[in-house]
Design a protein around this ligand. Structure first.
Ligand code: B16
Ligand code: MG
Length: 218
């Protein structure tokens, strides 16, 4: 069994309930473009960059646009999304996550954020959790999005750990694949029937602890 010395957290859908706002913003854009877009379709957009999400949405609707129009549409989605997140506060932090992170810190584990979102810092400030993290790697600091392992390898480097000593918490298949490609232990947050690439899946942080998670490792 590898010794876990650090934990890397995804943001949207793991720390805070913002995944629903990404969905609502994409849904509004889809309606304007007359594309049918369901919550099940939205699973494919989780964890990946804004522009790649738009590409998936457009191909789902069999629509193509030139590059400049795509940039404008991505910006429009972000304006809708930022409008939602400008109103969030601590009440949207997912149950048990703060207590869990505090317990990891008491055990001297390093804590990093690995989020594809370019809005990560804004959200962490809104929910007053920025100071929990030894390192914050977001969509502004990476060139390749999940499922590429770049983001998690950079997190490990920043907190001075080897990949095999890191545990990743993710709500997306793209993120779980990235964590495994990075050589890390991948914990899915959500449903096992959706998060098939996880080493283990839990449905939240309310009744979990590092020792419970480690019992499942191997
Ligand atoms: P933005 P995470 C990801 O965040 C979201 O899951 C994904 O739906 C979104 O497209 C991506 O961030 C980019 O977000 O448009 O805010 O830059 O789950 O990796 O924390
Ligand atoms: Mg996520």
């Amino acid at each position: 069994m590898n010794t876990i010395k650090g934990c890397i957290f995804d943001l949207d859908g793991v720390i805070v309930d913002t995944a629903k706002y990404h969905y609502l913003a994409w849904k509004k854009l889809a309606q304007e473009l007359e594309i049918n877009f369901s919550i099940a379709d939205n699973e494919r957009l989780k964890g990946i960059s804004r522009i790649e999400s738009l590409e998936i949405l457009l191909s789902h609707g069999n629509i193509s646009f030139d590059h400049n129009t795509k940039l404008k549409l991505a910006e429009k989605k972000n304006t809708l999304y930022v409008d939602y997140i400008s109103k969030i506060n601590k009440s949207e932090v997912l149950p048990g996550i703060e207590t869990f992170i505090k317990s990891l810190k008491e055990q001297n584990l390093k804590i990093a954020l690995g989020s594809s979102s370019k809005n990560a810092n804004l959200i962490l400030k809104k929910i007053d959790m920025l100071e929990f993290f030894d390192s914050v790697i977001d969509g502004n600091k990476i060139s390749k999005t999940k499922p590429n392992p770049e983001i998690f390898l950079l997190c490990a480097k920043e907190i001075g750990l080897r990949p095999e000593n890191c545990m990743v918490f993710e709500d997306s298949e793209a993120g779980l694949i990235a964590a495994k490609r990075a050589g890390m232990y991948a914990v899915g947050i959500g449903r096992p029937d959706i998060l098939k690439s996880a080493h283990i899946v839990i449905n939240g942080f309310h009744s979990t602890s590092l020792s419970k998670l480690l019992q499942h490792e191997n």
